[in-house]
Design a protein around this ligand. Structure first.
Ligand code: CS2
Ligand code: MG
Length: 402
């Protein structure tokens, strides 16, 4: 089999998505996701100008060799744009492989290791009462794991809390908005939120929380300690992780499980975190971390250290990534949990898919390949629109991590 062509489908049903379609001489095609929220066209250009010309004529079954060619062969390695572009190619090739062999991709990765992938979804509210209601609403929908975020009193726009009446979607069309942040107010508030949520839902529900990179290690240690009575499934992105050893400080002080890595793009971003067992869950998902080829290797590396997967699954990862993540998640031994922030109905219509949610779990479905398609006619009705993630400042105006 030979690759005969590859092209991008850029669409913005409710938000921007970059989808790569690779075609072969046998009429089989595959899809990959190259979306990097707020920097979409950089990946599009990387693929169109530099990658697609190198793919024509290659054997799509050579996923390992093509991965190495795009990673080592470029000389310039890593980075979100490069790794998302490599992922788009790699995921599309695995899709082709599965379709050609008439089997779901998970069967090529070791087969199903479980009946389904446990997922968590987002509950949020302007205040504690609204957040508790939102958790209960998601439990009623069948979720058994829920992330809770609430507006911090005195902070106009807290991370994870939607604008009135809208679903939570951080990227906004136009230039970046700016929000204000106070770590002191947040640290006093977060234990009150989980006290209320845990009391309302009882012992059995898995509760998660995203700090979104906003604390120093010692502040994160204090938060982890203060949340221990509420038995969290994880505390996420407690501190920025460029300096991996920072997590050692958090680890020394608290038994609250730690998740990190949605902004990582290489196993090297997590190397010290994993081999020192400073974290419990790695969040780098398939599309931002170089594709299925590298996700499988990274998961196997984590398994040696009892670190589990907890892949990022926000709406800026397209349904193609959700499908790929579920195939990997179903197959690897050390699957932990999958984030599920459902896409809008319109996005689901643009990307018809075989994966399903039922009673707290998702399954990738048994269609050959990834089980995902794209309605190109519908996609064409929604052209790309520039959008950015917000930026955050401290109360005195200092730029901080959003
Ligand atoms: C978040 C994301 O899902 C998460 O855990 O941290 O909402 C993140 O802010 C976005 O994916 C950024 O694009
Ligand atoms: Mg997060």
């Amino acid at each position: 089999m030979k690759i005969t062509g590859a092209r991008l489908i850029i669409t913005s049903p409710d938000r921007n998505f970059i989808t790569l379609r690779i075609d072969t001489d046998e009429g089989i095609y595959g899809l990959g996701d190259g979306t990097v929220n707020g920097r979409e066209l950089a990946v599009a250009s990387y693929l169109t100008e530099h990658v697609i010309p190198c793919l024509i004529g290659r054997d799509p079954f050579q996923t390992e060799d093509i991965w190495q060619y795009l990673y080592r062969g470029a000389y310039w390695r890593r980075g979100p744009v490069t790794m998302a572009a490599i992922a788009a190619v790699d995921v599309a090739l695995w899709d082709i492989k599965g379709k050609a062999l008439n089997t779901p991709v998970y069967n090529l990765l070791g087969g199903a290791s479980r009946n389904g992938c446990m997922v968590y979804t987002h509950a949020n509210g302007a205040d504690i009462a609204e957040a508790v209601d939102s958790v209960q609403k998601h439990l009623a929908e069948g979720y058994i794991a829920v992330r809770a975020q609430a507006g911090v009193p005195g902070i106009a726009s807290s991370y994870g809390v939607p604008k009135k009446g809208k679903p939570y979607e951080p990227a906004e069309r136009g230039l970046p908005s700016e929000s204000l942040w106070s770590t002191e107010k947040y640290l006093r508030f977060a234990p009150k939120l989980f006290d209320a949520v845990r009391n309302a839902v009882g012992e059995d529900v898995h509760l998660l929380h995203d700090v979104h990179h906003r604390l120093t290690p010692i502040q994160a240690a204090r938060l982890g300690k203060s949340l221990e009575p509420y038995d969290l499934f994880w505390m996420e992105d407690a501190t920025p992780a460029e300096y991996q050893e920072g997590f050692k400080i958090i680890r020394q002080h608290t038994t609250t499980p730690l998740a990190v890595g949605e902004v990582f793009n290489s196993v090297w971003d997590a190397h010290d975190l994993v081999r020192n067992q400073w974290i419990d869950y790695l969040r780098m998902t398939v599309s931002h971390g170089g594709g299925i080829t590298s996700a499988k290797k990274t998961a196997d590396f984590c398994d040696l250290y009892q670190v589990k997967t907890g892949y990022h699954g926000a709406t800026d990862l397209s349904p193609v990534t959700m499908a790929a993540a579920l195939h990997v998640g179903l197959a690897v031994h050390n699957f932990g949990i999958q984030e599920h922030m459902p896409h809008t109905a319109l996005t689901d219509e643009v990307f018809p898919h075989a994966y399903k949610f039922e009673n707290g779990y998702m399954h990738p479905g048994d269609a050959p390949g990834l089980g995902i398609t794209i309605d190109e006619e519908l996609a064409a009705k929604y052209p790309y629109q520039r959008a950015y993630l917000p930026v955050a400042r401290l109360l005195d105006g200092t730029l901080t991590d959003w």
